[in-house]
Design a protein around this ligand. Structure first.
Ligand code: WT7
Length: 650
């Protein structure tokens, strides 16, 4: 693992934006002093702090122990019985919120649907009964491979209602990726759709599932939601139309009291070695922290119209489209499609029409908005907005300023939220009514969260000294393990820095105690806010018969954050060329999905390696980014390889 290198220019960032006084006056946390007191108090007794937050939820039975910690395995609210679907739905039905909009959904072609809490509850109960009818019981795994339609959230909540563990596979993944995830999870059922709309064309989801299930022995049934209306093959006995099977069940389905540590979902994410990691999240602790952070970070109140643009296939969608907001009884906007369809102003049009008050998106999207031009947001009335958020990667200060001025008109606080699939919830973020914001930093940890920047030996870094970002105390929404692989869980997160959870990010803390995230220190690329393992893309390349060896690195990209550059050596007798480059790009798309497609492919005779045979991706990274190699090359086995690569560059 390479040492994180400090990012240079940000040190000069001196602009400070305190919360607007009117915002602060009405906020849940009203001043920085109040935040600091809350934080200090939470650090005196972290379990006691989270116990108080857990008390905001409805439990069927109270826990007897707040935290059981056998490093690195945590159990929160042990002995407690709870159901997430009950907390997101039934709890609101005894209040005025029963007829409040839970989801305001807009399809890419333009249709709109609103589901109140009462209506959503009914649909969830019915689909839970469909799951039961198809033999799904508590503890079974169900894969969801769907477009961004309300039925995806309905399926999630239906699983949670009966204790089935869901695993959502992002709709951009290929048949092979579905197969691997479904097999790793041992899923019994897949819920999918005929297709999804993306930028006006259809992405065929059921076809990919058909391909995948040829090699997934555990799958017994497939439920197909009709979205695009195009023709798909239905295998009798195995495949069921959602709209048909839903008519065969009733709408009564009590929420099952589940153990606080019952597995809620598995979400696969990239690691440094080939196989994706099945991040496991459980029930009581996860919801406690997801609900608490949604309320505090977004300063959520009943009148808000909240829109998080993430796809539900990523963790942001799990925690901040579905579970966190619904647990708070919020009104959530969901939009199915692309931000530039039919025009570049689609998002701003949605904000204007639905009077969105809270808008949460990613830096990669903001960079695209900047590129498309400010005339698109300026055409629309965005005066309903009161708070903006970002997540997924470091936001460069200039993009932050644009977001603040052009979208927020200088009125709206911005919350830059740092977290991960593994953390389950936001860990470092400003509180919008309390924390003075500085462009480019996620600022301070939230109450109850103990993070630090340390050296490899675990000692604290000096202010502004770059180091490893670690979490020093278990937190309720932390991953519990990697599905079926406790050893890899220990190895991946708890072995780098003794006694601490290491997140994979480099960071520094400035003199105000603000955290500046410096990006990943391992071989993981962050493309458009999504982590991709280089090893996975490399295996996909090598699986093509022409390829002998491949090394993949990220290079800076204005729009996507990082672009994917691949260095490829070919099997004897094969020669590279533009045609083969295209073939390989298509091959990776088939193996993993479009978002893993290399932007550049370079054919070379050999790859730079260490004496122990490890590919020195750092050198390739430098080469792909700047065209030169400036770093240390002493461990390089064969210098001529580097010379050769440099020549190819010219
Ligand atoms: C990685 C986690 C958590 C939802 C989205 C991605 C990077 C995330 C920030 C931020 C700087 C950030 C980190 C992290 N990241 N948020 N506000 N500032 N970097 O989830 O795919 O699990 O990726 O995204 O590198 O480790 P993920």
């Amino acid at each position: 693992m390479s040492e994180p290198v400090a990012i240079e220019s940000v040190l000069s960032e001196t602009r400070v934006f305190p919360p607007p006084p009117e915002f602060a006056a009405a906020a849940h946390v009203k001043s920085f002093d109040e935040y600091e007191q809350m934080y200090a108090e939470s650090m005196r007794d972290i379990p006691a702090f989270w116990e108080k937050q857990a008390g905001e939820l409805e439990w069927f039975e109270k826990w007897h122990t707040v935290l059981e910690w056998n490093e690195p395995f945590a159990k929160w609210f042990v002995g407690g019985k709870i159901n997430i679907s009950h907390n997101c739905l039934d709890r609101h039905l005894t209040t005025w919120r029963r007829n409040k909009a839970a989801f305001i959904w807009e399809g890419e072609p333009g249709e709109q649907r609103t589901l109140t809490y009462l209506q959503l509850h009914r649909e969830v109960c019915r689909f839970a009964n469909v799951l039961k009818k198809l033999g799904v019981t508590a503890g079974d795994r169900v894969a969801l491979y769907m477009p961004l339609v309300p039925e995806l959230a309905i399926a999630m909540l239906a699983c949670a209602r009966i204790g089935a563990t869901h695993t959502i596979i992002f709709g951009g993944f290929s048949a092979d990726a579905i197969r691997d995830r479904v097999n790793d999870g041992g899923c019994k059922l897949i819920v999918t759709a005929d297709g999804a709309f993306r930028r006006g064309t259809e992405v065929r989801l059921k076809d990919a599932v058909d391909e995948a299930v040829k090699q997934t022995p555990t799958v017994e049934n497939v439920v197909v939601y009709r979205r695009t209306g195009s023709k798909v093959a239905m295998q009798p006995g195995r495949d069921h139309w959602w709209h048909e099977i839903i008519e065969t069940v009733d709408a009564v389905c009590p929420a099952v009291p589940l153990d606080s540590e019952h597995p809620l979902y598995i979400l696969y994410t990239s690691g440094t070695t080939g196989k994706p990691k099945g991040i496991l999240h459980t029930t009581g602790g996860y919801l406690t922290q997801a609900a608490f952070t949604t309320k505090m970070v977004f300063d959520l109140r009943d009148e808000d119209v909240y829109w998080c643009t993430a796809d539900i296939g990523w963790v942001t969608g799990h925690s901040y489209v579905v579970y966190g907001p619904l647990a708070n009884g919020a009104t959530v906007v969901m939009y199915e499609g692309a931000p530039n369809f039919p025009g570049f102003d689609r998002f701003w049009d949605i904000i204007e029409r639905h009077r969105v008050t809270i808008f949460y998106t990613a830096p990669t999207a903001i960079r695209a908005f900047i590129k498309w031009g400010e005339e698109h947001p300026l055409k629309h009335d965005l005066s309903s907005l009161r708070l903006l958020g970002t997540v997924g990667e470091p936001i460069n200060p200039e993009a932050w300023m644009w977001y603040r001025e052009v979208i927020g008109k200088g009125r709206c606080p911005i919350v830059d939220t740092w977290w991960q699939t593994e953390t389950g919830s936001i860990m470092i973020s400003p509180l919008p009514g309390a924390t003075p914001a500085v462009p480019g930093t996620a600022t301070r940890p939230l109450p109850g969260v103990m993070v630090d920047v340390v050296k490899k030996d675990g000692t604290k870094c000096e202010p502004n000294e770059g180091g490893y970002l670690v979490v020093k105390h278990p937190w309720p929404s932390m991953l519990r393990t990697l599905w079926g692989d406790d050893e890899r869980y220990k190895e991946a997160y708890w072995s780098e820095i003794a006694g601490h959870y290491f997140a994979g990010d480099g960071a520094r803390r400035d003199e105000r105690g603000y955290f500046w995230i410096m990006g990943r220190v391992d071989d993981v690329i962050n493309v458009s806010g999504h982590r991709l393992g280089t090893a996975e893309i490399e295996s996909a390349l090598v699986s093509h018969e022409a390829v002998a060896e491949a090394a993949v690195v990220g290079r800076p990209d204005e729009l996507k954050g990082q672009a994917i550059a691949a260095f490829v050596t070919l099997e004897g007798g094969r020669t590279g060329g533009d045609e083969l480059k295209e073939t390989l790009r298509a091959h990776v798309q088939k193996e993993i999905g479009a978002l893993a497609k290399p932007d550049d492919i370079r054919f070379t005779d050999a790859l730079p390696k260490t004496r122990s045979g490890k590919i020195m991706r750092r050198l390739l990274r430098e080469l792909a980014s700047s065209g030169v190699v400036a770093g240390d090359v002493t461990t390089l086995e064969d210098f001529s390889v580097l010379e050769k690569l440099r020549e190819d560059e010219e």
